[in-house]
Design a protein around this ligand. Structure first.
Ligand SMILES: NC(=O)C1=CN([C@@H]2O[C@H](COP(=O)(O)OP(=O)(O)OC[C@H]3O[C@@H](n4cnc5c(N)ncnc54)[C@H](OP(=O)(O)O)[C@@H]3O)[C@@H](O)[C@H]2O)C=CC1
Ligand SMILES: O=C(CO)[C@H](O)[C@H](O)COP(=O)(O)O
Length: 467
């Protein structure tokens, strides 16, 4: 689909893991694409390895050459690290572009940066969240667009064509204006963090509590992947557990250091949730767990001082663990969707909540068989916490006791379960009509005359201590 002058329909900058895969996907769907990478050899290698797709790909070795290779009005995708690299790239590109040329940041930008870039009046800009890792980018990611409708419309055919499909329904949509697309992608990653952490916590119980070998743990996850927990993350956890280290023949898990990396999207979700007064404790706990995992020397010293914590734990069946994870999974998504609701309220966005659940059904990291029902639940009861919708309330009724048993047994036997336990506390707090914040209000009024609301509805009340 080159234009009459033989120019490319779209350009892409950044041929790393995601950019190379996305460029190949775009070319495969029939769109001519011009590509550029900071390190020229990467561009040459990419073009040399493009095979049949080579006829659709124009490799370029300068920004000027890239810009000249794209039909006007131009559209150029950025697939470079979030932050300064994106600003630098925009700064370098804009002087070479026409006023109506569109820049599309498909990396994991902080949504407020995207908001700033959309509104900086330097030219059309979209911030687009892309999920699915390298495989998704190559064969069909989930795509969450943000920016003006008229700008999205200019590339909607490409976004739709390259996206994952769920029974022919494309997993690509415009979420809203400004940074809405990157906000939704950030929350997607927050849910991803919490779900991954809960799976890792159950892995710990199977390993340290039940003394199971990785291969056998992989079988358990594989069996769960055929039931209500069916999801990409459960599937790959089974595969990770079964993988072997090529050099030693040992289970791969036994040679991987227990310190989790992070690029920031989970941390941003946790921080932003506080600004929005949107409780997402399971997501926060997952971020904390990654931070704790990095404290390897201190953890080793702690074990020397106190002895190893996790003890054998025979009382929990696989069925109970599966049920606990089912409840945990619902809680992860409930917290994520609640955060999206808070963003709608605070930013005046009209996020398509049910559609978001639909475009997460394929292509993205948190794809799960539960998302079909989540989409229906969010459509039927907009604004309702997912845990309180008919379908998911029934799931929580059936499974929260298992989550309780797992958290209780784990606590008694020294297994740290930060995400599962905070998920349970969230559930219990959200089902308690009369909580304990009356005490906090009493304390605040005692030391600071902050006032409290009386149960009779009168506000600005004070205790006797206030005189
Ligand atoms: N990996 C994943 O699973 C996913 C990643 N993302 C997001 O996609 C974006 C790209 O990630 P990924 O492909 O994994 O990253 P990689 O590290 O694989 O690739 C980064 C690319 O950006 C280029 N680059 C780096 N710094 C600069 C700079 N200062 N100026 C210009 N170009 C630069 C690199 O060029 P060079 O060859 O010269 O180094 C390379 O082409 C990130 O925002 C990431 O968060 C989103 C979803 C999934
Ligand atoms: O966006 C992604 C998946 O959806 C990226 O893989 C991201 O890098 C994952 O986050 P982190 O590196 O912090 O684990």
């Amino acid at each position: 689909m080159a234009d009459a002058g033989g120019q490319a329909r779209i350009g892409l900058i950044g041929l790393g893991t995601m950019g190379a895969a996305l460029a190949s996907n775009i070319a495969e769907k029939g769109f001519d694409i011009a590509v550029f990478n900071r390190t020229t050899q990467v561009t040459r290698d990419f073009a040399a390895g493009a095979g049949d797709l080579g006829t659709k790909i124009t490799p370029t070795e300068s920004l000027e050459e890239l810009v000249a290779a794209i039909a006007t009005p131009r559209a150029i995708i950025l697939m470079v690290p979030a932050g300064q690299a994106v600003d630098d790239q925009i700064y370098a590109l804009r002087p070479l572009l026409d006023a109506e040329d569109l820049i599309i940041d498909c990396g994991n930008a902080l949504f407020s940066d995207t908001d700033r870039r959309v509104h900086d009046n330097r030219g059309p800009f979209l911030g687009v969240g892309v999920s699915g890792g390298e495989e998704g980018a190559r064969h069909g990611p989930s795509i969450m667009g943000g920016g003006a409708q008229e700008h999205w419309d200019r590339v909607a055919d490409i976004m739709t064509a390259i996206s994952a499909k769920h029974e022919d329904d494309p997993c690509a949509a415009l979420m809203g204006p400004g940074g809405a697309g990157h906000f939704v992608k950030m929350v997607h990653n927050g849910i991803e963090y919490a779900d991954m952490q809960m799976i890792a916590e159950v892995y710990g119980i199977l390993r340290d509590g039940h003394g199971m070998a990785p291969e056998a743990i992989g079988d358990v996850f594989a069996a769960w992947d055929a039931g209500p927990l069916q999801s990409y993350l459960i599937e790959i956890s089974g595969k990770v557990a079964k993988a072997q280290d090529v050099a030693t023949g040992e289970p791969l898990l036994s040679v991987i250091v227990d310190a989790a990396g992070q690029k920031g999207t989970g941390r941003w979700t946790a921080i932003e949730s506080q600004h929005r007064l949107a409780p997402v404790p399971a997501i926060e706990a997952a971020v904390v767990a990654r931070n704790l995992s990095a404290r390897r020397e201190e953890r080793t010293e702690g074990e020397r001082i106190f002895g190893p914590a996790p003890q054998a734990l025979d009382g929990l069946s696989h069925d109970t663990l599966e049920r606990a994870l089912i409840a945990g999974k619902v809680i992860c998504y409930a917290q994520g969707f609640e955060m999206l609701s808070a963003a709608m309220r605070d930013f005046g966005w009209d996020l398509p909540m049910a559609r978001i659940a639909q475009i997460w059904r394929q292509g993205c990291i948190i794809r799960s068989s539960m998302l079909d029902d989540m989409s229906s639940a969010l459509a039927d009861a907009p604004g309702t916490n997912l845990m309180f919708t008919d379908h998911f309330a029934a799931i929580m009724r059936d499974n929260h006791q298992a989550l309780r048993e797992v958290v209780a047994q784990a606590a008694l036997n020294g297994h740290p379960l930060p995400a599962l336990s905070s998920g349970l506390a969230y559930f219990d707090a959200m089902r308690t009509a009369r909580g304990t914040a009356n005490m906090v209000q009493g304390q605040r009024d005692f030391f600071g005359l902050h006032g409290f609301e009386h149960v009779n509805g009168k506000t600005g009340q004070h205790g006797p201590w206030a005189g």
